[in-house]
Ligand binder design. Structure first.
Ligand SMILES: C[S@@+](CC[C@H](N)C(=O)[O-])C[C@H]1O[C@@H](n2cnc3c(N)ncnc32)[C@H](O)[C@@H]1O
Length: 277
């Protein structure tokens, strides 16, 4: 990576909530932005990425905003404490530590009161499957003990740091599970090599669509699992506006077009769609 761009990228992710992101992902978002805003790119280059320039500040603000939508908004204040918490995970009394870790990410925190019910409903439809593939997983694999059985778990995300953490968790609980880093926008070919029975796509598709429109349909086609479980938030990112179920019609229409079987259920905050391919 060119020196000035690398420095700029490091400056962009210097905010606490963005520190888990890979430099390469940030560079891509930046390049996409520059392709659309060539004048800003040119003047920044002329000014040698001077961090006091107006253009530098404009771009910094815009890229951070985009990255927060992809990743940062989901993280709670004490997110960096997860590694400390993991160290305290005991063999016989895991429950509180697991709850504390799951509370560090907005999606898992919101799901906490409903985990058992959610997994019960999923496996009533699909039956207990041998291998679970969780993509864009965030901290969801930490809910392993709510599953109600001990499947093999393959956890995947774009964040290397989050996967290191999950790997540490799997090691501690001694399960036959693994992690794999996949950028679902640019590395979908990696999906073809994963052998699993059921794939979780929890609260993932909205953030992928922000980066690339219509990517979800290609993703669903590329996943080699018989069962998929897609979930969506029922409220907007701030949590105040309700999202109309009609907004998910693109998926219901796609399921119908492909002739897939599906069943849905809801918790107060989340819509779950279980799909059989
Ligand atoms: C809203 S969080 C949901 C996390 C988890 N699935 C859950 O519901 O608890 C979205 C997750 O998608 C991941 N993500 C965003 N863009 C991604 C991409 N291009 N490839 C893979 N994962 C991505 C983020 O790192 C984040 O963990």
């Amino acid at each position: 990576m060119e020196k000035s761009i690398k420095k700029f990228v490091e400056d962009i992710i210097s905010k606490k909530e963005l520190q888990n992101l890979d430099l390469q992902l940030v560079k891509e978002v930046l390049e996409k932005f520059f392709n659309k805003n060539k004048e800003l790119n040119n003047s920044l280059e002329i000014k040698k990425f001077n961090n006091r320039s107006k253009e530098y500040k404009i771009v910094l603000k815009e890229i951070r905003k985009q990255l927060r939508e992809i990743y940062g908004v989901f993280i709670e204040k004490n997110y960096s404490k997860r590694f400390e918490l993991l160290k305290t995970l005991k063999k016989h009394d895991k429950k509180q530590t697991i709850i504390d870790i799951l509370s560090l990410h907005k999606s898992t925190k919101e799901r906490l009161p409903y985990y058992k019910e959610v997994y019960k409903k999923i496996f009533q439809i699909t039956k207990k499957q041998k291998t679970i593939f969780d993509i864009g997983c965030g901290l969801n694999p930490i809910s392993y003990f709510f599953l109600g059985y001990k499947p093999k778990y393959i956890a995947s995300d774009i964040s290397k740091k989050d996967l290191e953490f999950i790997k540490g968790f799997f090691k501690k609980i001694n399960t036959n599970s693994k992690t794999i880093k996949i950028d679902l926008i640019n590395e979908q070919e990696k999906l073809k090599k994963i052998k699993a029975d059921i794939c979780f796509l929890f609260k993932l598709l909205d953030s992928l669509e922000t980066r690339k429109k219509h990517i979800s349909k290609i993703l669903i086609e590329n996943i080699k699992c018989k069962w998929l479980v897609v979930s969506f938030s029922k409220t907007s990112l701030g949590g105040c506006k309700k999202i109309d179920k009609n907004k998910r019609n693109w998926l219901f229409n796609f399921i119908k077009k492909k002739g897939y079987f599906h069943k849905e259920f809801e918790t107060p905050n989340e819509l779950f769609i279980v799909i059989k391919k």
